[in-house]
Ligand binder design. Structure first.
Ligand code: GRF
Length: 191
């Protein structure tokens, strides 16, 4: 079973890259058919293009969210998208997309939710001085990092190397967890 998926990125797109590698290895039960970004400079757009995946920049600033999301919705409908995967997408998803893909929007968060929600999950955990943090992949609802968890795993905070080492450990766990969570969500969608 495979579903057609869109990946949304706002930045570097290393998680997108990890998913594309899994797709090319035949490990991913979703087929990434399009990539969307609200940021024209997102390196994720170039990563998509270099894997032969159509990549779209859709401007979001200075216009109503519903108008922006309607433009995105048309691109996704055209591509026959059944699942949306947020991979470092720095905007809240509004009702236009939430209502069109109910229970089919996933997000990756670099902390063990409900610990450290929000835009700075790694730094907040670092500043709190925790011994372990984690990574969570969850369904998106109208809240901030609040939807039902699909998969989450702990990451011990490295004893040396500071915040940089912690970031590297969290990202490594993201690349290992995300594709498995996508597969779990796909199986669930088709039960
Ligand atoms: C990741 O840490 C992800 O958890 C968070 O944003 C970051 C995106 O990194 N939501 P990248 O663009 O995938 O490199």
């Amino acid at each position: 079973m495979t579903v057609r998926a869109a990946v949304f990125v706002s930045g570097s797109g290393t998680n997108l890259e990890a998913l594309l590698k899994r797709q090319e290895a035949g490990d991913l039960q979703a087929q990434i058919v399009t990539v969307i970004s609200d940021n024209p400079d997102a390196f994720g757009l170039q990563r998509a293009a270099s894997h032969g995946i159509p990549a779209h920049y859709v401007p979001a600033r200075g216009r109503p969210k519903a108008e922006y999301e309607t433009e995105v919705l048309h691109i996704l409908q055209e591509a026959g998208v059944e699942m949306i995967i947020l991979a470092g997408y720095m905007r809240f998803v509004g009702p236009t997309l939430l209502n069109a893909w109910p229970g089919a929007i996933l997000n990756i968060h670099p902390a063990y939710l409900p610990e450290f929600p929000g835009a700075h999950g790694i730094r907040d955990a670092w500043e709190a001085g925790v011994k372990e943090t984690g990574v969570t992949v969850h369904y998106v609802d109208e809240g901030v990092d609040t939807g039902p968890v699909i998969l989450q795993e702990r990451v011990p905070v490295p004893e040396t190397g500071g915040l940089e080492a912690m970031e590297a450990a969290v990202h490594a766990k993201e690349y290992d967890l995300f594709w498995r969570a996508v597969n779990k969500a796909v199986s669930h969608q088709h039960k």
